[in-house]
Design a protein around this ligand. Structure first.
Ligand SMILES: NC(=O)c1ccc[n+]([C@@H]2O[C@H](COP(=O)([O-])OP(=O)(O)OC[C@H]3O[C@@H](n4cnc5c(N)ncnc54)[C@H](OP(=O)(O)O)[C@@H]3O)[C@@H](O)[C@H]2O)c1
Length: 290
């Protein structure tokens, strides 16, 4: 039996796609209504993370951050007491690599295995099972759960020992969040100079300044539509984790530090649950243009 803890924006399509592959599932979510929304033939509801871990051999986590994972594994009614050598935890949440390595060590004391398997791609890619999946941990265990990754993603990479998948995810999200912030600054400048937003995006996309994030967020930016696919608070967290890894590894990342401050400003304005593309509105506001 496969279990999923965390039926948020990404966990929901995970449940649907694993079920579509024909594997029986059990799910749990802190806000229980979200877990109930995916129930159906072959998808049951667990009473608690512990109950789920008792019934499932493979436990997928898709949670917000380090704190959520700590809570679901180690708090009262968490999965930890139910773990044993027959169980594999696949953590697909974006976490800090150091935290994830520490979790893998604590879990190995129970004889169980822990893989970090964060993803690249957002809700539409998750719904179409077209995610890129970045895996760190025991190679044999990775191979033993490849059939599950194939239900969720198109490009699946084994990166190395525990934490490697998350290290790659940090690298990716520094580039993605940085691109979007710079694009937003440039659009903000263009509007100050009297240029039309759609025209600017059309022209940028023709040349070497084009990016995948421009293509993905183009309609949000043109229509001022910021319903979340990837929440601004998740990118702030990812940059925070990346900068923490930069500190540990003594890597100089001055631009990332500044860009992180802009995302953090968005959180201070209570906009963390808007889409990441809301960073454009934040920059307009900082320029007194909104
Ligand atoms: N959305 C994307 O495009 C995307 C893409 C790649 C990677 N990611 C990463 O994937 C992870 C999940 O993203 P998402 O978009 O699915 O996030 P989300 O919609 O905000 O869902 C977060 C999930 O974590 C749960 N949670 C948070 N704090 C908790 C706690 N203390 N105890 C138990 N459960 C807790 C939430 O439960 P409640 O429902 O009760 O709040 C919810 O199930 C994040 O690490 C994100 O950075 C997201």
């Amino acid at each position: 039996m496969i279990g999923i803890i965390g039926i948020g924006q990404m966990g929901k399509p995970f449940a649907k796609n694993i079920s579509k592959c024909g594997y029986p599932l059990i799910v749990w979510n802190r806000t229980i209504e979200k877990a109930k929304s995916v129930l159906g033939p072959g998808i049951d509801l667990a009473d608690s993370p512990a109950d789920l871990a008792k019934k499932a051999d493979i436990i997928i986590l898709m949670l917000s951050n380090n704190e959520a994972v700590e809570h679901v594994i180690f708090s009262d009614n968490g999965i930890y007491p139910e773990l044993n050598s027959g169980k594999i935890v696949i953590d697909m949440s974006t976490l800090s690599p150091t935290f994830s390595i520490d979790v893998s060590k604590r879990i190995s004391k129970k004889g169980a295995f822990y893989l970090d398997a964060p993803v690249i791609g957002s809700v539409p890619q998750a719904e179409r099972a077209e995610l890129t999946i970045l895996v760190g941990g025991n190679y044999e265990k990775f191979n033993s759960v490849l059939y599950i990754f194939k239900c969720l993603g198109k490009n699946i990479f084994y990166l190395g020992p525990n934490g490697s998948g998350l290290s790659m995810k940090m690298v990716n999200n520094v580039v993605m969040g940085g691109n979007l912030e710079i694009l937003s600054e440039a659009l903000s400048l263009g509007e100050s100079l009297g240029l039309d937003r759609k025209t600017m995006l059309d022209i940028i996309s023709l040349g070497s300044a084009n990016s995948r994030i421009l293509e993905l967020k183009r309609e949000n930016l043109i229509n001022n539509e910021y319903e979340p696919a990837f929440k601004l608070q998740h990118e702030e967290k990812d940059l925070y984790y990346a900068l923490d890894m930069a500190r540990v590894s003594k890597t100089v990342m001055p631009a990332t530090a500044v860009i992180h401050e802009i995302y953090k400003y968005g959180l201070s304005k209570n906009k963390g649950d808007r889409d990441i593309s809301f960073i454009f509105k934040i920059l307009k506001e900082l320029s007194g243009k909104d």
